[in-house]
Design a binder for this molecule. Structure first.
Ligand SMILES: C[C@H](O)CC(=O)SCCNC(=O)CCNC(=O)[C@H](O)C(C)(C)COP(=O)(O)OP(=O)(O)OC[C@H]1O[C@@H](n2cnc3c(N)ncnc32)[C@H](O)[C@@H]1OP(=O)(O)O
Length: 722
């Protein structure tokens, strides 16, 4: 069995307990059990005077085994009594303990280390309590020991942000007692443990320390402030408040009372859907890199060393920036010197803004910028491994470019397009290079947004998909492989989003009320109308036409967007759209929108005046998102995504769908598939006479899941007919 802990006693009388569970020594219950048994043995043995706890493969531990959370409902079977006893055995057993920490001590890993009487780590180690990211809180005493080791202010910040600290910071804060080179770690930890046993070094008990804790009069306001900030920043989340509460009880009533509160709070947080959703996203995000028929086909990914970007506009310069930041040499090609210089300038200003935000030094930024060269022709293209085309959305232009690229590039060079609306097969129609043509769809701003949609056609070779996956990972994006269709996965799934919102307005609802329900009520970063203003009503109109052409039976042709275009209210870029904007692009409701809304309603003929229909914020959320779920189900059924969870990751990373709701499809499962189907059917019937049944009618995948009681996340069953 790979999940264990082993015990070795040296001539110095120090027992070394090693946690073993590759790759990150996650604390599976079997590992915890073995640790407990090793500890009991070490404490009992006469030849042992002190104990060192460490991890195999130069890593301490990434915390409790998250896969256990996914298996069980509610807390992964963590039993607070056992946790209490293993940590108190580490801290207050007969013999002193020292944690020898390399590489990482996260979550339960750090909590194990904090229960030891001293901690020594290696350079580069990251230490933190990221449990809140998983919808839970520290459950092995972290809420009590961290504040006592580093002070309340810092501890609360570390837990609430889930951000780890590095070895230097940890030493400064007093979280670790020493930092030593990797080769000296065990030796130093053994010596430290022996010295504690000999009484030449103090034996510290984190749970009982008070020297770092702020006095009560200061501590309580710190926690109150943190609570108020959390409620403002994350109004939908309960578990951060449960965490703060456990800290407060410990500060007020002592560490043991705090531990008790922590256990109760942990159990409560673990029973909530937020926890299930966030654990799902944790694994889903890692699984996007595993694609059937691609990553299991025995192929070896090639590393991209030099890439060319066609077009130095907003997207092209962002793609060039991300690639250069990953250490690649980059050529930007433009049509004239003026455009080229502005493209190169954009790369520099992207980097300058990273310097300004303290993300990198000026020297590092200069070195990255030096890797980006400009050109006006194809003479250098023979040396590039991959091209990303990011020119205007014009089929003819793209086809000409790809024909030129076929001549200018090596026959193994990947030819990719960043198009968001054009069929990838059509782009490559004038070449004989269909097997190495692929979509590389970035989201704006390309150097910041974390998602990369990799669009494969039925001709794209598995090797090219694999290499593009490797490129995506290299530039620190989460790559999701999708099939070729209108809108690919993200834009396609989200096309009913604005349409449903416009339909609600035509039914008599106030657009600002709709945005409020989706923003504050649901937790999207912005409502559909604010988003439309950001993207531009002209772009919205163009994309809407694409969908109308591809899916006429289920597209609500929103007049509201047409009317905004007619009024030249295109959104942020023209200073007004659904909202009006000040010089700082701050949005304000605009009374001048009313006649446009009225004209749209008149043309739609769905609202006869009087009182608008009663829609609660929850109704608004469901009316807008259930058609989005329905389209997501079509995308799953058609095999556009490799697995439903890919859609969850894509919607979270590209659209800002709240991760604590699990992504689009997981959310629908948590809400209840039957409920989703029932409401869609109800609206399909209600709006049939207005010709809108198709907009709502559940697709077969969704209806079948509702009828059979299965989850949408389960994916298409082999052999099922959809
Ligand atoms: C009671 C306690 O308070 C509760 C807890 O401890 S909850 C756990 C708290 N710990 C965490 O949240 C840490 C989660 N892990 C991470 O942040 C990152 O994985 C890491 C920083 C450790 C490593 O990152 P990176 O090098 O990019 O590798 P990454 O791909 O993420 O992980 C490597 C593998 O380890 C797995 N893994 C990482 N942490 C894990 C954990 N705690 N449990 C189970 N598996 C874990 C990943 O799923 C991945 O598996 P795969 O190769 O099969 O996809």
């Amino acid at each position: 069995m790979n999940q264990k802990a082993s015990l070795q006693v040296g001539h110095d009388g120090v027992a070394v307990i090693t946690l073993q569970n590759p790759p990150v020594n996650a604390l599976h219950p079997a590992v915890l059990n073995a640790l407990f048994n090793c500890l009991r043995e070490a404490h009992a043995r006469r030849d042992v005077k002190a104990i060192v706890v460490t991890g195999s493969n130069n890593r301490f531990s990434a915390g409790f085994d998250i896969a256990e959370f996914a298996k069980s409902s509610g807390g992964g079977g963590i039993d607070s009594r056992i946790n209490d006893s293993f940590c108190s055995l580490l801290e207050s057993g007969p013999k002193p303990t020292v944690a020898a920490v390399a590489s990482m001590a996260l979550g339960g890993g750090l909590e194990t280390a904090m229960a030891c009487n001293a901690r020594i780590c290696t350079p580069g180690t990251k230490l933190g309590l990221p449990e809140l990211q998983l919808g839970i809180l520290p459950g092995f005493g972290g809420t009590q020991r961290l504040p006592r080791l580093v002070g309340l202010q810092k501890a609360a910040q570390m837990m609430l942000t889930s951000a780890p600290v590095n070895d230097k910071k940890a030493a400064k804060l007093g979280l670790v007692d020493a930092v030593v080179p990797q080769g000296k770690l065990l030796e130093a930890a053994r010596a430290w443990a022996a010295e504690i046993a000999a009484g030449t070094k103090p034996r510290n008990f984190s749970l009982y320390r008070t020297d770092k804790l702020e006095p009560l009069g200061e501590a309580l306001p710190i926690l109150e402030f943190a609570k108020a900030e959390t409620q403002k920043r994350a109004p939908h989340l309960t578990h951060p408040l449960l965490c703060l509460d456990a800290i407060r009880v410990g500060v007020e009533q002592g560490g043991h009372a705090g531990l008790k509160q922590e256990s109760a709070a942990f159990a409560q947080a673990a029973s909530l859907d937020t926890h299930k959703a966030l654990v799902h996203i944790f694994f889903a995000q890692r699984a996007t890199k595993k694609v059937k028929g691609i990553t299991d086909a025995g192929l070896k990914p090639r590393k991209m060393k030099k890439i060319a970007v066609l077009g130095g506009g907003l997207m092209g310069s962002g793609i060039a920036t991300a690639s250069a930041l990953a250490g690649m040499d980059v050529i930007i090609k433009e049509v004239n010197d003026k455009f080229l210089q502005s493209g190169l300038g954009r790369v520099k200003s992207n980097l300058a803004s990273s310097v300004k935000r303290g993300k990198m030094t000026k020297e590092a930024a200069d070195a990255v910028a030096a890797r980006v060269k400009g050109t006006l022709d194809y003479s250098d293209f023979g040396s590039v491994d991959m091209v990303v085309e990011a020119v205007l959305e014009d089929v003819g232009l793209k086809q000409r470019i790809f024909a030129d690229l076929e001549k200018a590039c090596r026959p193994d060079c990947i030819l990719s397009s960043n198009t968001s609306t054009i069929d990838i097969s059509v782009i490559g129609q004038k070449t004989r290079a269909a097997d190495r043509i692929v979509g590389a769809h970035f989201f704006s701003p390309a150097h910041i947004m974390p998602l990369l949609e990799i669009v494969r056609t039925d001709k794209t070779s598995p090797q090219v998909v694999l290499d593009t996956l490797e490129y995506g990972s290299a530039i620190k994006k989460t790559p999701v492989v999708v099939g070729n269709c209108t809108g690919f996965a993200v834009n396609r799934v989200f096309f009913p989003y604005t349409q449903a919102a416009c339909l609600l307005v035509d039914l008599g609802l106030d657009p600002y009320k709709i945005d409020k329900a989706i923003l504050g009520g649901f937790g999207m970063p912005m409502g559909p109308f604010r988003l439309s203003d950001l993207v531009g009503a002209d772009v919205g109109l163009h994309v809407g036409k694409n969908f109308l052409e591809s899916f006429p039976e289920r597209t609500y042709s929103a007049k509201l967007i047409v009317k905004l275009n007619e009024a030249k209210r295109l959104g942020e870029k023209t200073g007004s759209g659904f909202y009006q904007y000040d010089a700082k692009r701050k949005a304000k409701p605009d009374p001048a929108l009313a006649p446009i809304v009225e004209a749209s309603r008149k043309e739609a003929g769905l609202f006869k005046g009087g009182k608008p229909p009663a829609f609660s914020p929850q109704d608004i959320i469901e009316f807008i998102f259930f058609p989005v779920v329905n389209e997501g189900c079509r995308v799953i059924a058609e095999g556009i995504v490799d697995k439903p969870a890919d859609l969850d990751v894509a919607t979270v990373l590209a659209m800002g769908f709240p991760p604590y709701r699990g992504g689009l499809i997981k959310w629908a499962d948590l809400v209840g598939v039957k409920h989703v189907a029932q409401r869609l059917n109800q609206w399909a019937q209600q709006f049939e006479s207005a010709g809108l049944a198709g907009f709502f009618k559940p697709c077969k995948y969704l209806q079948d899941a509702a009828d059979s009681g299965s989850q949408l996340s389960a994916g298409v069953r082999p052999g099922s007919k959809l």
